[in-house]
Design a protein around this ligand. Structure first.
Ligand code: FES
Length: 120
């Protein structure tokens, strides 16, 4: 994401980046809260397996992600609204391209049905 910005690559303005030190620190509750708060989709990007600075944070998150997608499906939400990609810090172009593609995929799914219900 930083490299995409520094090299002036664009990604859709409706993307709201939130940086965390490692995907291993992504609590699935953050994702569920984002969806309940109105996000139409959530994209998580982390270092490719074998490249995590914290050794296995990405592998741990990958397991949590599989459970999260099953939970979302049980909640009646399309699991396709939540995506996980391995994009390293050196792949700014891939990040920007992925953001454009994912935005279109999420847009094709339509508005988040959970966002229409008021849980707050
Ligand atoms: S530092 Fe752990 S996924 Fe990047």
């Amino acid at each position: 994401m930083d490299l995409a910005g520094v090299t002036r690559m664009t990604y859709p303005p409706n993307v709201r980046p939130i940086q965390l030190p490692c995907t291993g620190s992504v609590d699935p509750v953050y994702i569920i809260r984002a969806l309940l708060s109105g996000a139409d989709g959530v994209f998580i990007s982390g270092c490719p397996p074998g490249d995590c600075h914290y050794v296995s944070g990405n592998l741990k998150f990958r397991r949590r992600f599989a459970v999260l997608r099953a939970m979302l499906e049980a909640m009646g939400l399309e699991p396709e609204r939540v995506k996980l990609y391995w994009i390293s810090a050196a792949e700014g172009k891939k990040f920007a391209q992925t953001m454009h593609a994912l935005t279109e995929e999420i847009r094709a799914l339509g508005p988040n049905p959970l966002a229409r219900q008021s849980f707050t």
